[in-house]
Design a protein around this ligand. Sequence first.
Ligand code: GUN
Length: 269
Amino acid sequence: MKSVINTIYESKLAELKDKIETLSTPVQLTIVTVGEDPASKVYVRNKIRLFDELGLECHHIVLAEEGTSQSDLDMLAEKAEHPILFQLPLPSGLIAPDLPAAVDVDGFGSEALGHLVLGQNAVLPCTVQATIDIITAHCGEYNFPGLKVAVVGRSNIVGKPLAIELINRQSTVASFNSRSDLVAVDWNKYDVIVVATGAHGILDNSQFIEGQLIIDVGINRVDGKLVGDIKHHDGIFSEAAITPVPGGVGRLTCLHVLGNVIKLADCSR
Ligand code: GUN
């Protein structure tokens, strides 16, 4: 699976570099972080590094948890003229402003999500695009119609938008969440299972069979180690193709942050 992810990474990066060459508008991104979430620090560092490597502008606004109010965030959103994102999670009591689609890099705002639901060339959340990339590489670009996909997780940033994008592609989609009776599910009937709950061990590698593609979107820290949502039992080898954590979906999401910034720059011409 690692080599598939590397191949996708290299070809997407080359595609994006070519696109940058064709743009007349400058590519620039503003990232807003509030507080000291350790995982966010790593994600933001990776995004800034990619922009730096390509000589693109990336501004990082760092706000302290103490003293930052919702109106400070809303003000930044109102003033935004270029692509911007508010790194999640925000400290409790703060929510990401509902950005207009023209500057919404994450595609988390109601306007972008409206475009997605209506199938109108939306800016898709980066993790959704990374998941679609992996399904495309494994199952084939033209095989989404009729593909049987289980989406486990109903977050606004992965599970829900992914299910909608798959419906737009005419896949057959089943949606599960932490209140579903997961023990009773016959997982073998799905071609692809995407697990995005943020709960390590919600499913395990013994439940999947040869021929299935399992995409583990979770990133959890257990005993100091980064692990996904799927538990890999010692001594149990699964014949299914299971994306690794780290080095799976997460490796591709940064590229889509850049891809979305390019898309927004392109639309603003
Ligand atoms: N935190 C974890 N993933 C994401 C993401 O895709 N976008 C933002 N803004 N925050 C995140």
